[in-house]
Design a protein around this ligand. Structure first.
Ligand code: THU
Length: 149
């Protein structure tokens, strides 16, 4: 178990593995406008890792964040249940100096597919990261169940 065993039940080795994938994905981000490269690695309950990078657009608004790229890749392959995501972001050509928290739109996409135990890992490196659960970063979230009330 990781040192966070009570709040988060995830092996530290799995956290580091996800971060490694996210770091690799930063290298293929398409960011000609912001030059801010983000990589993400999403762990499915099936044990598979779905990666994503941010993909920008000259028209700006079609830009897709790394997290959503990872989610949409997984969902488009029929996978809809997830345990965790690792996110690494920072200016092009440098090691990240800060953590890259998921934007509000990505948090809402997580809310569509993930339960309260979903783990969000924001990392600078394999050794420097913070871990939160979905309700910690998106309290009182609107989800599919709210349409049934
Ligand atoms: N971005 C992500 O990919 N994920 C986030 O959680 C925050 C922002 C991207 C979008 C855009 O390509 C660049 O970072 C600057 O906002």
């Amino acid at each position: 178990m990781s040192f966070l065993e009570k709040r988060i039940s995830m092996e530290e080795s799995k956290i580091k593995e996800l971060i490694k994938y996210a770091l690799d994905m930063r290298k293929i981000s398409y960011t000609p406008y912001s030059h801010f490269n983000v990589g993400a690695a999403l762990l499915g309950k099936n044990g598979k890792i779905y990666t994503g990078c941010n993909i920008e657009n000259a028209s700006f608004t079609p830009t897709n964040c790394a997290e959503r790229t990872a989610f949409f890749k997984a969902v488009s392959e029929g996978v809809k249940e997830f345990d965790a995501i690792a996110i690494v972001g920072g200016p092009d050509g440098a090691e990240p100096e800060g953590f890259c928290p998921p934007c509000g739109v990505c948090r809402q996409v997580m809310s569509e597919f993930c339960t309260d135990s979903f783990v969000i890992i924001c990392a600078k490196s394999e050794d420097e990261y913070v871990v939160n659960t979905l309700p910690e970063v998106l309290p009182d979230r609107f989800g599919p169940k709210d349409l049934l009330d």
